[in-house]
Design a protein around this ligand. Structure first.
Ligand code: SF4
Length: 443
């Protein structure tokens, strides 16, 4: 089988993650998702990515909710050339099981432990064991710190917890820091062997097994821990002080950028002293090397190139896909719809709920449930309350009346909202039928 044919076949596989080996077919061609092995990237690395995105794709680059990079608009012919280009640029994509660590791991003085060391040892142990695991299996190793991963859902979690004699790792399965089921408390010496007990138990169930399929009580990985102290995680957007150093979190508007804008931003930031870039959750890029004197100029560059630089950017609560502008399956302009949300329905966008705008029922940008989803369908743009893009819409409007429909939703929510009430509370006490009526202009 030729490389091109093999790629065409793997592109059609559903359920696999769209890596270079298994790109995903979307409406604008093949999509490749990658995460460089190196956590600290240079401007030169990112410039190489922009060149490759233009040369082999359609130039659209996305940063995902988990901090991966996606290149869009590739073809079966250009994916192998992308792989060669990455190798030539010295950018090595991670392979195998996705193991997430906090984006400031190893450089944040407030972290309990450096998660990168454990993650690397775990990755090696999994490779050495030769296990077949679910393609979408996610492991989080959270050493704590300002940008901890407390809110990231994973099949297997390791959370560093302070102990009288130092720290230990709390092993849990199927959830975020609060919702995952505790399995064991592991010492530094036992953390890899203990975690591998769970990894092997998953592999024994089958190659599609996820954390939720495990019976935690049947696992014997070590001493079962007591309750975990609460931890709050900050949004990576905006400014962070790590031991006196300022780190600036930037996010391309709605997670998407064209390579030309990223390249221009890199030039501007480099002139401001930026020396290092880190991919981060919530579609963010962290920038190191800026000073008090250059921060304002750096933010101006970000603004000019369509990046957010402030933690209260209202659009950050919205997940959108490429939509009609970048994907043949998209039935409307998702970017314009998101701008209309920001302009007219700010009451929804305080960050307490997720809002999803999807060009079609596939729901690429936010596969999980969102409080409000606008989704392109054959009959118009559907509104789904507390559901996924593929769910049955409560109401549908035509694309040319979408902005008015969003305006009516905004007017309804503004009128109902109590002082200081969060969007979550407001939506919890607003019946989906009430939202649907406003969306369709029936009230
Ligand atoms: S959800 Fe968006 S990006 Fe995915 S296939 Fe549909 S229109 Fe394309």
């Amino acid at each position: 089988m030729t490389a091109t044919l093999a790629l065409e076949r793997t592109a059609l596989r559903r359920g696999a993650c769209p890596s270079i080996a298994t790109p995903m077919q979307t409406g604008d061609g093949l999509l490749v998702r990658l995460r460089p092995v190196a956590t600290a990237l240079t401007a030169q690395d990112l410039h190489a990515l922009t060149d490759l995105a233009r040369e082999h794709g359609n130039g659209l680059i996305e940063i995902t909710a988990r901090g991966n990079v996606q290149l869009r608009g590739l073809s079966a012919d250009t994916v192998p050339r992308l792989a060669a280009g990455l190798a030539a640029a010295g950018i090595v994509p991670q392979t195998g099981v996705a193991i997430e660590v906090p984006p400031l791991a190893g450089i944040d003085p407030s972290e309990i432990a450096d998660a990168t060391l454990v993650a690397e040892a775990l990755r090696r142990a999994i490779v050495d064991a030769g296990l077949r695991l679910a393609p979408k299996l996610a492991i989080v190793v959270d050493g704590g710190g300002q940008l901890n991963l407390a809110d990231m859902v994973a099949d297997i979690r390791l959370d560093a917890v302070v102990q009288p004699e130092g720290f230990a790792w709390r092993l849990s399965v199927g959830g975020d820091r609060t919702t995952a089921t505790a399995v064991a408390l592991l010492s530094r010496e036992a953390v890899i062997d203990g975690t591998m007990t769970v990894v092997k138990a998953l592999a024994a169930i089958g190659p599609a097994a996820r954390g939720r399929d495990l019976d935690p009580e049947a696992l014997d990985a070590g001493q079962v821990p007591l309750a975990l102290p609460a931890a709050s995680s900050r949004h990576p957007l905006g400014l962070h002080d790590i031991g006196g150093e300022t780190v600036l979190g930037l996010a391309p508007a709605y997670g998407q950028m064209h390579a030309d804008h990223l390249a221009a931003l890199l030039d501007g930031l480099s002139a401001c002293g930026a020396v290092e870039f880190r991919l981060a959750p919530h579609r963010t890029l962290l920038v190191r090397g800026l000073s008090e004197a250059t921060l304002a100029a750096a933010r101006a560059h970000a603004d000019r190139e369509g990046f957010w630089s402030s933690a209260d950017a209202p659009g950050r609560a919205i997940s959108i896909c490429a939509g009609a502008a970048g994907c043949a399956s998209g039935t409307f302009d998702t970017h314009a719809a998101a701008d209309a949300m920001v302009a007219h329905a700010g009451a929804l966008l305080d960050g307490s709920v997720d809002v999803h705008i999807s060009g079609c029922a596939k729901g690429c940008a936010h596969p999980a449930v969102a409080a409000v989803t606008l989704c392109g369908t054959v009959t118009g743009i559907g509104l789904v309350a507390h559901g996924r893009a593929g769910d049955m819409p409560a109401a549908t409007v035509s694309p040319d009346t979408l902005e008015s429909a969003i305006q009516r939703i905004g007017t309804l929510l503004r009128a109902r909202r109590a002082e200081n009430e969060t969007a979550k509370s407001l939506l919890d006490r607003t019946a989906p039928a009430t939202l649907a009526s406003a969306y369709q202009g029936l009230t």
